[in-house]
Design a protein around this ligand. Sequence first.
Ligand code: AHM
Ligand code: MG
Length: 323
Amino acid sequence: MPNIGMDLNRYILEEERKYPSATGSLSIALMAIETATKIIASHVRMAGLAEIFGKAMKTNIQGEEVQKLDEFANNVLIRILSDSGHFYALASEELDEVIFPEKGTGGKYIVAFDPLDGSSNIEVNVSIGTIFSIYRKNKGTAEDFLQGGDKQIAAGYVIYGSSSVFAYTTGTGLNAFTLDPSVGLFLLSHKDMKIPESGKIYSVNESNSKGWDKRIRDYFDTLKDEGYTARFSGTMVADVHRTLLKGGVFAYPADAKSKKGKLRLLYEVLPMSMIVEQAGGMSTEGKGDLLQAKPEEIHSRTPVFMGSRKEIVQLMNTQFMSK
Ligand code: AHM
Ligand code: MG
């Protein structure tokens, strides 16, 4: 059993050793994501300063043009994951089309990511994050990204908050690693994470409530009557991270404006659903298990409710009773 404080690289390698037939490809793929997110974490810390230098000089100290942080995160992930040679294809929230890296033609895996989730929070020093989702290469076309959430091989997120935390699952539970910036290592801090059976927090952008289905309004009204409090940061990674630790529900329902919801299935909702379910929670679009959902295209959206079992079952019952 790994001990608290174990370095993420060693953890990944020890996990691989449990499967004698493993080739090491997934381990190297995960380590590439780890490296990219460490670089992003260090730039997030410097973001305010880059902005000042950027405004003053338009170029940074190295003479490079200062990039916006979300573009930077996207470019770092694309470069490092392409160079790893273990990814046959990449899909990003920031790109219209799938990329097939030259070095990845022998790669067994494909990866979808949201390079910097919570883009509205970048300028205001509120937590932001990276989300990733790994599938096996299938036919070798862009359609491989539409296999469905239950086909994910691994999923994870990194929150850049008061500390940076890397949480991931390969389908055998959820573990999280906190970055020690003095040595540049993610160290095991949350072993075999389990979401509480229920909580006292709901997390939703309530300004959309007038456009919600009445059943959804009834559900949140009931939670208020039961004494729940509200927290919503505008960064899904941060809101789901808190929900995993404290319990309760995170939601982005469909509304009159966004009839299919706002959040994207492939690189936001499906990986976070796998993570929450691996921690013993549940996720639904309102009726069924979200992990059964298949995106129609890489940027498809979905309504989402995820969190503790009690709150998600309660939501499903609210829907059922009012039909
Ligand atoms: P982004 O990927 O452009 O940052 O959008 C996704 C974010 C989620 O992190 C968050 O839950 C949601 O959008 C907030 O949306 P809104 O500002 O409509 O409440
Ligand atoms: Mg996002």
